[in-house]
Design a protein around this ligand. Structure first.
Ligand code: NAD
Length: 326
């Protein structure tokens, strides 16, 4: 199929975990042409980002090294490509790091996000999906969290995500693009993030480093397998969206205790030295989302991967690819 007949999709943060995983899945189909941008920052090892981009070498994919702060370059990119759909996954992720380097959050997550939305004023884009986060719910009860539950961001990362939602909602009244926020809950799997628990534990074991275990691992996370999140994004591209603005939880709705996940990893890997740490002020005790809204909207049943299967696949991937982390 000629490129001009394919659906053109922009993915920002395409060298990152979720952006890469979605791009890799979309370019397998002859219906999509994916343009990806990323600033390839060194928040975690650039080697992993470069390796992910390597896997995307395909005639249905084009990469540009662009920072969301480079407004003119973004403008020119939209002018050149006439995107049908945009996924904004570029961001400074991580909750604990927001106390160390707050400016990286205001730059990428707030100014960068505004730059992107400003571009939508000029160019006609059908759908704009952007990554929000489960962390905006904070520690308030009751569970599971619904999209209309109270929000209570307890760090700059979650505050930046909540501000994205609010800004998108207000701009959706002025711009003719459907704006959809995706509140991701602990996405994990092969090619995942080395700053997140599962890979961090595996890397610590591999490199004989100590693994910081906060609050004795007494936290619950609604672990959501990457392929399930990608499948949902795929469906959202195809489905007709009527509302100008909406928000969806993207979660398996099955919270698991951290210590249980660590026990599961131990079946496949040697154990790292555990360094017990007090509960971190950036961490919430539990994340547990309600996923009925997205499932009803998509009108099909997503068979979420259970955490045992997901952890197994992640560990197997790591054991094959651990040299990336040397
Ligand atoms: N992985 C999760 O569990 C999770 C949970 C909730 C929300 N999210 C959100 O989903 C999105 C994707 O997360 P991820 O896990 O893939 O993170 P990631 O860190 O792997 O990917 C983000 C990518 O964005 C790039 N980037 C950062 N700032 C940029 C900028 N100013 N301009 C261009 N590129 C920039 C980074 O280089 C990185 O490759 C993020 O917005 C994140 O906050 C992720």
């Amino acid at each position: 199929m000629a490129i001009k007949n394919k659906k053109k999709i922009l993915i920002t943060g395409v060298a990152g975990f979720i952006g890469f995983s979605l791009a890799r899945s979309l370019i397998k189909s002859k219906n999509y042409y994916v343009v990806g941008i990323d600033n390839l920052n060194t928040y975690y090892t650039k080697k992993l980002k470069v390796k992910r981009l390597d896997l995307l070498k395909n005639k249905n994919f084009k990469f540009y090294k662009i920072d969301l702060l480079e407004k003119d370059k973004i403008h020119n990119l939209f002018k050149k490509h006439k995107f049908n759909t945009v996924f904004n996954f570029a961001a400074q992720a991580g909750v604990r790091y927001s106390f160390k380097n707050p400016k990286s959050y205001t730059d990428a997550n707030i100014i960068g996000f505004i730059n992107l939305i400003e571009t939508l004023k000029t160019f006609k884009v059908d759908k704009f999906f952007f990554a929000s986060s489960s962390s905006i719910y904070g520690d308030s009860k009751p569970f599971p969290k619904k999209e209309n539950s109270e929000v209570n961001p307890i760090n700059l990362y979650s505050l930046s995500k909540l501000s994205n939602e609010q800004f998108a909602q207000s701009m959706s009244k002025l711009i003719n693009t459907k704006m959809i926020g995706l509140r991701f809950f602990t996405i994990y799997g092969p090619w995942g993030r080395p700053d997140m628990m599962i890979l961090k534990y595996l890397i610590s074991a591999y490199k004989s480093l100590s693994f910081p275990l906060f609050n004795n691992g007494n936290h619950f996370r609604d672990f959501t397998y990457i392929d399930d999140a990608v499948q949902i994004c795929h469906s959202l591209i195809k489905i007709k969206i009527k509302k100008k603005f909406d928000i969806f939880n993207i979660c398996s709705s099955k919270p698991v205790l951290i210590t249980r996940v660590l026990k599961e990893i131990n079946k496949y890997s040697k154990k790292p030295l555990i360094k017990k740490k007090a509960r971190d002020k950036a961490d919430v005790y539990k994340t547990y989302g309600d996923n009925k809204k997205i499932l009803n909207f998509l009108k099909y049943k997503v068979e979420f991967t259970n955490h045992n299967q997901g952890v197994k696949k992640t560990c197997e991937w790591f054991l094959k690819n651990k040299k990336i982390f040397n």
